[in-house]
Design a protein around this ligand. Structure first.
Ligand SMILES: [Zn+2]
Length: 400
């Protein structure tokens, strides 16, 4: 049985130490757009801390990435909207329109569940990098744990989440459903030869046009400081690097994975998996997202709509529940969240993976993709409990 009563005090996981990192990421660096000089400065600071911890195996992995979420979603949405708008009443027009609408939704669901679009090489115009720090096990290595925290921060976005955040899932599900129904209705007319464009078809096209409009509006929003999303994860991961480098685990190799370019579609983690492909059977990933405000949870279901749901892996979820139960003082529970993050890609590749996140009074991610995501909202005690919980979870994995 995993013992927590003798848990050592770990200075690098204390609130004050974690807040020192937060100050650098939020005040000294600020917003960290994907592929920008600020994202590189955050990576430099991470390297500096890892160096001070004397972690021997630290490497940088550069890769190409789209610079923004819009560069990924806008081409898909525009084709769907144009196909729909130009479909007209001919059989051929309806065939194109129906395929564009249904194909568009299928592609967007793919994007939201960790799959790169086919046109990815055309839009990967920016440069980003991952920082990978490996802390070997003390004894015979039996497994590998990866702690994932992303370096970049996003723009303010009213698609992720909706202006009234609790309505996000309903809004996304309804838009996808309308586009699918409109597209299916067009294809049905191709078969039956029916002319004219019905109400459902116009509604489907309207949904795609609304998606394009909202995406364009989002692209003109300011970048956010990203205190909660995701300076908190970077700080916690640096704290854990301190704890595990000081006292490596017996049978577990711990890798801190500071990923670039998470915001435009989890491109850092995807590049890591494609290049390094750690062994499926021995690897477990813990992704950290927005753990500095409100309450803490391990996420039991992810997704932005009913169509794009994904789930954490069963073994690590059971252990996360056990560690939460054994450490009631940390106040962590299992909870479904309206979120998309790197567990999507990890699960698509078949890895054991789970996300630890924070949530507000409304059950949503606090200040997610809003200009209100600033350092003054961060609660040092929440940050400390997140670090401690993940420390206990990794330690429990080692003792299995
Ligand atoms: Zn994030």
């Amino acid at each position: 049985m995993h013992q927590t009563s003798q848990a050592p005090t770990l200075p690098s996981l204390e609130a004050q130490q974690l807040m020192t990192h937060m100050d650098v990421f939020c005040r000294q660096i600020g917003a960290r757009p994907t592929g920008s000089a600020a994202e590189r400065r955050a990576a430099e600071y991470v390297m500096q801390v890892l160096d001070s911890l004397k972690i021997a195996d630290v490497r940088r992995q550069p890769f190409q990435t789209p610079p923004s979420s819009g560069s990924v979603s806008l081409p898909v949405l525009s084709i769907a909207a144009l196909g729909g708008l130009l479909s007209g009443s001919s059989r051929f027009g309806k065939l194109i329109g129906g395929l564009a609408l249904i194909g568009g939704v299928a592609n967007l669901i793919g994007l939201e569940t960790g799959r790169r679009p086919v046109f990815y090489p055309l839009i990967a115009t920016a440069e980003s990098e991952n920082i990978i720090a490996r802390i070997p096990a003390r004894g015979t290595p039996k497994r590998m744990v990866f702690i994932v925290a992303h370096l970049d921060s996003n723009k303010q976005r009213f698609l992720f989440p909706a202006p009234i955040p609790v309505l996000t899932k309903l809004f996304h599900t309804a838009s996808f459903a309308l586009a699918l129904i409109g597209g299916a209705s067009m294809l049905l007319d191709v078969i039956t030869g029916k002319r004219g464009s019905g109400f459902l078809q116009r509604l489907g096209v309207f949904s795609a046009v609304l998606g394009v409009t909202a995406s364009v509006v989002d692209e003109f929003q300011p970048f956010v400081e990203g205190a909660n999303d995701n300076a908190t994860a970077l700080s916690v991961a640096l704290g854990l690097a301190g704890a595990f480098s000081r006292a490596p685990l017996e049978h577990t190799e711990v890798t801190l994975l500071f990923t670039g370019a998470e915001e435009p579609g989890c491109n850092g983690i995807e590049s890591y998996l494609l290049q390094y492909a750690p062994p499926l059977a021995e690897s477990t990933f813990i992704d950290i997202e927005m753990v500095g405000t409100g309450s803490l949870c391990y996420v039991t279901e992810h997704g932005m709509s009913a169509f794009g749901r994904y789930h954490p892996a069963p073994k690590i979820t059971a252990l996360a529940a056990q560690v939460a139960r054994e450490n009631p003082q940390l106040g962590v529970m299992g909870k479904p969240m309206t979120i998309i993050e790197e567990v999507a890609n990890l699960r698509a590749h078949g890895y054991e993976a789970i996300c630890v996140a924070g949530y507000g009074f409304d059950g949503m991610l606090p200040n997610w993709h809003r200009t209100s995501d600033t350092l003054d909202k961060i609660e040092p005690d929440v940050l400390h409990r997140a670090a401690r919980y993940i420390y206990e979870l990794v330690t429990a994995l080692d003792q299995q």
